[in-house]
Ligand binder design. Structure first.
Ligand SMILES: Nc1ncnc2c1ncn2[C@@H]1O[C@H](COP(=O)(O)OP(=O)(O)O)[C@@H](O)[C@H]1O
Ligand SMILES: O=C(O)C1=C[C@@H](OP(=O)(O)O)[C@@H](O)[C@H](O)C1
Ligand SMILES: [Mg+2]
Length: 200
């Protein structure tokens, strides 16, 4: 972890958004490799909610892989589909949603999230190197998750630094996932939800 990352990590808090009085959906945000898709599926099973992975939803709705969609529509085209998928997700109840790592980039998406009072947003946080290692190991295992941004790690790191501030600013809770396995992350989220409920 660089010194700049460390400063940002220690100053991260959970204060950005007003905590929802009623929670109809829980959205996981964070950079690629944070575990949004993996933890989202686990957590949904544990709390008996539906699970919606925005990337999978885009692929299923379009009938094409993310790689083909990026190739055919370019980055702005994919982002537009992602924004539509986010809008769809915000209409679902009792649902855990795994966002794509880039969803937070678009001001429109930030506004959609800010305008949804019954959506709880959880930021899964870890150092850049940990996230990259997880994505690389996943790719080595033959998983086809398409992450074009990771082709150039310098560019990816710059994007990580910019996005980290956005994830922090647009979440209710931050969970440090660096030293937890996916099940421990899901349990930690449930504990944090209980703590919050106890206090409110
Ligand atoms: N807490 C964790 N500890 C170790 N490996 C993890 C953890 N969370 C996810 N992974 C692994 O990291 C890779 C990326 O996870 P994924 O859920 O696809 O992340 P995201 O959806 O945030 O990009 C997968 O191989 C997954 O098994
Ligand atoms: O951060 C990004 O630019 C992206 C993250 C991916 O999702 P995950 O965050 O689930 O890996 C996927 O939406 C797409 O490849 C772009
Ligand atoms: Mg994912």
């Amino acid at each position: 972890m660089t010194q700049k990352e460390q400063v940002q990590r220690t100053s991260s808090t959970d204060v950005a958004f007003k905590y929802p009085r009623k929670m109809s959906r829980l959205m996981l945000t964070g950079f690629m490799g944070a575990g949004k898709s993996t933890v989202g599926a686990l957590l949904a099973g544990q709390i008996h909610w539906a699970f919606l992975d925005v990337d999978k939803h885009i692929e299923q709705s379009a009938g094409a892989t993310a790689a083909n969609l990026f190739a055919a529509l370019g980055v702005p085209g994919f982002r537009s589909l992602e924004s539509d998928a986010l809008f769809h997700a915000l209409g679902q109840s009792d649902t855990v949603v795994a966002l794509g790592g880039a969803a937070i980039d678009l001001p429109r998406n930030q506004q959609l999230l800010a305008l949804s009072p019954d959506t709880l947003i959880v930021f899964l946080d870890a150092p850049f190197d940990t996230l990259i290692e997880r994505c690389q190991q996943q790719a080595q295992r033959g998983d086809s998750t398409y992450r074009p941004l990771l082709k150039n790690l310098e560019v990816a790191h710059a994007r990580f630094m910019t996005r980290r501030s956005l994830y922090t600013a647009h979440c209710h809770l931050t969970i440090d996932v660096a030293k937890k396995n996916p099940n421990e992350v899901a349990i930690a989220i449930q504990h944090r939800l209980r703590d919050k409920k106890g206090r409110d």
